[in-house]
Ligand binder design. Structure first.
Ligand code: NAP
Length: 300
């Protein structure tokens, strides 16, 4: 339970509603900043403007998945006014307050560094990244189906990277009957790919591997699908780049060659905002409850 803990939310999208719901269920005291246009009536939550006074007794501050932009603006789909997180706001948070976001930009990191308040980046966590790989893979399959005229079953599919997303992607393609090759650089990853019944190749051989590819799913946030690699692909190949912006594909060259290549960021929030919100809610509620157990973390 989160009884006696004050949780404040600043901005967010549909995913945040699941987190708010969970915090209210667990009996936290909830303040919503930047939710002026939110229709659904969360009994037990109070809407407030962004002021220093509102933040002064907050135990956990929850920002949207993207945190702030490079000027400190926080996005909220539930508010038409601009929300800018400034020095004075974080300075008014109590010293035991923990700040949660998905991924922090340098602005937010710098702002919090000056106060020494702990910052938790949820998307860095293995558990969240693995749960998130479920809606990501479903979204990737949806896009692959929408943008091609062949089945995934029987296709020559390549996955680049065997991290948390790559592994789930490779397994799903295999289960659908694709002929799956996976490119990785670590020997233990190559061994795992083999163990899964898939075909491993070292990432340095990507150029030779793509010559008969139908689908290429990239999860490596490095430019690996260069013009030289794309030049080897059949024109019918479809590249879906799942890696964080700017992706790992030379999109300019792909377009020039007439190869369909798409960057697909933020799939969990697009294809399954409710599930993506529940994933965050589950982890966040546990982390906030654990704050109490941390040394000096008596949030009551
Ligand atoms: P991850 O677990 O860290 O996996 C990344 C993989 O890339 C690792 O296996 C890593 O291999 C490999 N890698 C990194 N640099 C490499 C290089 N130079 N050469 C070869 N391999 C390299 O990350 P993840 O959680 O799977 O996420 C992958 C990417 O997808 C991230 O950019 C993430 O932000 C993004 N993502 C996007 C969505 C979406 O909706 N599109 C959803 C979730 C995540 P090593 O282990 O050898 O370093």
């Amino acid at each position: 339970m989160l009884t006696g803990i004050h949780v404040a939310f600043i901005g967010g999208d549909a995913r945040q509603l699941e987190v708010i719901k969970r915090c209210i269920q667990l009996d936290a005291s909830v303040t919503l900043v930047g939710f002026d246009n939110l229709e659904s009536n969360f009994t037990g939550a109070t809407k407030k403007p962004l002021t220093c006074d509102v933040l002064k007794d907050v135990d956990a501050l929850i920002l949207p998945i993207v945190g702030t932009d490079d000027q400190g603006y926080v996005e909220s789909i539930f508010c038409s006014k601009q929300l800018q997180l400034l020095d004075e706001h974080v300075a008014s948070l109590p010293s035991h307050c923990v700040v949660y976001t998905g991924m922090a930009k340098p602005y937010l990191k710098k702002l919090l560094a000056s106060t020494r308040l702990p910052l938790v980046e949820l998307l860095d966590r293995d558990d969240v990244a693995i749960y998130n790989s479920i809606p990501t893979v479903e979204g990737a399959l949806m896009m692959a189906i929408q943008h091609t005229d062949i089945t995934i079953h029987g296709s020559q599919s390549i996955v680049l990277g065997l991290g948390r997303t790559g592994l789930s992607m490779a397994r799903a393609l295999h289960a659908l009957g694709a002929r799956v090759r996976v490119g990785a650089r670590r020997q233990e990853h190559l061994a795992r790919i083999y163990e899964m019944g898939l075909t491993p190749f070292h990432i340095s051989e990507v150029r030779q591997q793509v010559t008969n590819a139908d689908f290429i799913f990239n999860t490596i946030p490095q430019l690996l699908l260069t013009a030289e690699v794309i030049a080897q692909m059949p024109q019918s190949a479809f590249i879906l780049d799942l890696a964080s912006k700017p992706g790992g594909t030379d999109f300019r060259y792909a377009e020039r060659r007439g190869i369909k290549a798409l960057l697909a960021p933020g799939l969990p929030g697009i294809v399954a905002p409710k599930t993506a919100g529940q994933i965050l809610a589950q982890t966040l509620s546990r982390l906030i409850a654990d704050q109490r157990k941390a040394p000096g973390g008596d949030a009551t």
